[in-house]
Ligand binder design. Structure first.
Ligand code: ZN
Length: 139
């Protein structure tokens, strides 16, 4: 899939996150750390979460991969920061539904990834960061 197949506005949002990712780097101190990769595309991510009192206090990631996987990690960390863990998991499940082609409303940049649902080979790129987050909080 070429990003050219996505809506121009959404493509811009994705490229902005790819070029200037939010929350890229490593957390200091105690953090949950999860490594995950997507062999079909070669994406890999290390996600770090700081959870306190059932809230996602901070989230950061490092990794390499395609624009969809990296922009999704940037958007995901931005979206879950300051949220309850239960809300983060709810968002993750909404995101999975959106990748299955269901109508889901996100109030932020995440909506830009909606078009990825039309390209099944790239869905795992978009869900990688979310799966890492789910795994981290469930362990
Ligand atoms: Zn990818």
């Amino acid at each position: 899939m070429s990003l050219n197949n996505l809506d121009t506005l959404y493509r811009q949002v994705i490229m902005d996150h790819y070029k200037n990712p939010k929350n890229k780097g490593e957390l200091e101190g105690d953090a949950l750390t999860i490594d995950m990769n997507n062999p079909t595309c070669g994406d890999r991510i290390q996600l770090q979460l700081q959870i306190e009192d059932g809230m996602v206090k901070d989230a950061k990631f490092t990794g390499e991969g395609c624009s969809i996987s990296m922009s999704s990690a940037s958007m995901m960390t931005q979206a879950i920061k300051g949220k309850k863990v239960s809300e983060a998991l709810q968002m993750s499940s909404s995101f999975s539904n959106m990748m299955l082609g269901e109508d889901e409303e996100f109030e932020d940049d995440i909506q830009a990834l909606q078009g990825v649902s039309k390209f099944p080979a790239r869905i795992k790129c978009a869900t990688l960061a979310w799966k890492a987050m789910e795994k981290a909080v469930k362990e």
